[in-house]
Structures are given as C-alpha cells and as structure tokens.
Design a protein around this ligand. Sequence first.
Ligand code: DON
Length: 572
Amino acid sequence: MRHFWLLLFSAIFLIHCQGPDNSPYPLIPSTLVDSAATNQSMIVSAHPLATRAGLSILRVGGNAVDATIATQFALAVVYPRAGNIGGGGFLVLREPNGTAKTLDFREKAPKRAHERMFRDSLDQVVSAWSLEGPTASGVPGTVAGLFAAFEKYSALRNWELLLTPAIQIAERGFAITASEANRLNRYQADFKKWNSSSFCPMIKDSAWQPGDILVQRRLAETLKRIQTEGPDAFYRGALAEQIEQFMDTSGGYIRQDDLNAYEARWRDPIQVDYKNYRMISMPPPSSGGIALGQLLLTLEHELRATDIFEPQAAHAIVEAERRTYADRAQYLGDDDFVDIPDYLLDSSYLRQRWKSFDPNRATQSTQIGLDSIQIHKESFETTHTSAVDADGLAVSLTTTLNSNYGSKVMHPQGGFFFNNEMDDFSAKPGVPNQFGLVGSQANAIAPEKRMLSSMTPTIFEQDGELYLIIGSPGGSAIITSILQVFLHLTEGRLTLQEAIERPRFHHQWLPDHIMIEGEHWPDDLGQALQTKGHQLDTLTHLGLVKAILKRDSLYIGAGDPRSNDHAEGLPD
Ligand code: DON
C-alpha cells in the first residue's frame, strides 16, 4: 500500500514537471516565472523544480511546512551550490492564529574544534583552512532541522513523500541551467582538488553545457536512507560512521559523537514594531533579527523620506547600518555561549547610538571601531524559500553551505557537499572572514558553539495580519537587502516586483564603504553620497530576495530577477 501511494505521487509529480516534449525535468525555459499571484498558496524558491516539488506536496494535502521541506530536499539536488543536506539554516514560521516560532538548525563547531584552530604557529589566520577542505565544516543541521519542522507542524504526516521528488530528480537527473553550467565549469579545479570523478558527478572532462543532465546517484541513495530511516540515517549508524571515517582520514574535525549530539532548537523569535508593522525574525545565533530590528527601530524616526534613493534617506540608512554592524561585530554570537546585552533593541540605547550622526557628513567607521579591512573575493551562495498555504500558515526558511558548494568536499559515499560554515566564526578578533565581517570574543570558536549568521528569514505583519514572507542569500548583505525591499514596499509604495528589482546598497561598518549594485545605480545619488564623504564600491549583486506579499486575499509571490528564482502558486 505504501509503495502504491509513493508510486502514484511520483507519477503526479512527474506530470507536473514535464517539458513540452514530455521529457522529465526539462531544461529551464527562457520564460522563467519569477512572480505570480494566487488566492490560495504560494512558494518562491531558487529553482522551478524545487518550487514544483513543494507544490506537488500541497496538491496532496500538505501544508506550507510539508511543502517547504520537499522544496528544501529538492534544492539539495537541483541547486547544489547552496541547497544541501550537508549545511544548516533557520526557519521562521507564523501560524494562522499569529503564533510565531523559529527553528535553529545552524551548524555547530565539532567537539574537537578550538579557538585557534584556524591560526598558524605565528598566530596568523590561515583563511584557506576555514574556507575549503574537510577542516572548514561545521556539524550539519539541515536533516535534523527539516525533521523537527515535520514532527511539529506536518499536516501530511508522511515524511517519505516529502523526499520523493528530490530522490526522483537525483536518480533520473535534470537538465542544468546556463548559470549552473557556468558555475560547474568555474569550480572544476576545486572539485578535482578535493574529490574524484568516481563519486563526484560534478567532475567532467569536457565543459558543462546548458541542458546537460546532472544525475546524482549517491545522493539519491542517501536521500532514500533518510526517507526510510529519518534523521538517524544521517546522524547515527552507517553514514555517521562513514562521515567519521572520512573526516578522520582527511584531517577534518567532525566525528560520530558530534553527529549523535546534534539537535535542532526551537527558539523564540525577535519581534520588533515599525509603525503599524511587526517584524518576526531570527534570534541568535543569527544576527538577522537583532540587526534588522535595530535598523527598523532607528529608521522609524530617522528616515525622513518615502523614497530611499533620496540622498538624505540613503545617508540615514547607511549610517544606521554602520552602527548596527559595529554592534553585530562587538556583541553578537551564539547566546547559548555568550551573554548578549539585552539593551541592543532599546530605543534609549539606539537614540544614544545615533547622537554621533551628522546629516551632512559620513561618520568614519574608525571613530566607532577598528581599522579598514579587505573582503575575500570567493563567491558564495545561500538559498531562501518563502511559502504560504491556503490556511495562512507562513514559512520563511534560509539555508546554506556558505560558499558556493560549501567546502567543495563531497562525502564519497553520501554524495553530498559539506559546508564551510566554520568561516562564519571570528577566527581571531578583528580579522575579517570572507564577507569582510569582523567579530569579537562573542563569536570566537568553541566546541559545540554555533557560528554567528546573517541569514534573516523574516515574516512581517501589518496591523496584526500576515503581510510579507521574505528572505535572501547574500552573506552580510542579507539583512540590508531585506530592509530595502521592506522600505520600498511600506514607504515607497512600490509593487513587490519593483521593490525587489531596485538596485541595492549596503554598508557593514567595515570595510568603510558603501557597496552598491553598479548596473542600475542612479549616478546623482552616488555623487550626493560621495559629497557627504562616503566611498562607493561596486558589486554585481547584493542579495537574491524571494518574497510573498499578502494583499487583501491575494498572495503575490516574487523571486529575484538577478537569479533563476521561481514563484508559483495553487490553483495554477
Ligand atoms: O550564515 C551566514 O551568514 C552565511 N554563511 C551566509 C552565506 C551566504 O548568504 C552566501 N550567499 N550568498
């Protein structure tokens, strides 16, 4: 009976994922749908097949949590640069009655980790050790997190079904997009450095082309084990043994006792009011909720224009960001290990912090902190899914391997990439990580501690009702990307698509310059900010926002035109 049900569901999923020529898992068409509207349920993710995996679960009676889980497992297959079972993430959820919860499935430092593990004998940080290879990985949290969400919130109560789409796609293969082909080509040397073609399907002697089929048999086998045995398949038993064996022989730190001890944690959200809106976001070990909260509480009083591209408004936003990221560096870390001051979201503290603001001049970051630093140029990627179902259950989930394909190390038997999340710790006070973020003792490495994150899955209410489900990749720029989309919507009255399309800017205290998206950046704004003493640095993109906006009884979903995002709803 169980097999009949799984087969029937597989057939339904296949039908919904067929291309015009009836081939399964078609090449991503040029007509990508990055926005959609529906009055029932909606999913926005980084890949059409992942969105459709979630929709197939909604069709058979799953709720937004079930659908998000299926989407995440599918992303582990179709979006290997960031979708994962070897990484971690955060989930923010709002029940239809307004109850809000967050789930922390962030990676943890292995028990054998120590504060100086990424420093050489001269106490110099060796960033390669935290960025690539087996030493870079924290204990993965994704499988435990998705199962914890399932246990508490699933309507379908059928774990096996949630993995079916992902397993099918991994086994049969799917046609890769042009951008995935480019990336797979770009990282060939890294894949070959750490893996062998006998187990890593990303390794190819000729160049990957758009439309090539990527089959991941070992990953499919691992997902099948997780499908039948649950998270124990990953955290105990044969695979855990193989992970230990691999880590032990390759110089990595993760052992079976780390995997056995890993637990996802339900935590209370950070909630902050901005005018008639309420932000519901992630507490530590994410910096997202506190940082976005500080920005909103400051800008509620100090943003004196509806258009954030008005120079005085942009200046105020940059200066608020400067102060927020200085606090992030100084105070934030895993609060299971460190005491985070409880005044960071007090309006009196934020007013005091604002006293050094000069409406005509940029504050120098050195006046409120350390010296200038450089950003590592490695490219990185995280992935976010926003989902809502017909009952109004809203889910915002961000997950990551940190850099593209994480540590670049694939587990030989398991067929999945390990994260390089250890780089999110502060390897040494004042020394920047790959995002240019510096940290203090609060984010120093310690056994079983979670590294500080910028991932900010968030839900906003308006007048007590569900308003916006939002999140993004983008490392340190996640928080400011979400801020800008929110302000464009609420102050600028832009549509969701317009709000996401607008060029973004970002300041993170150090390095002391405004990062701007160069291509569509308004020149006059740049000049006005330079006149105030700001330095500008151009980047191709900041964040890839995926959001669902509720307008009356309609859900409007929008992905980011900077990416191959896909928004789709039911009924379609
Ligand atoms: O948790 C963090 O803050 C980072 N590991 C996120 C990495 C990221 O967003 C990379 N994506 N573009």
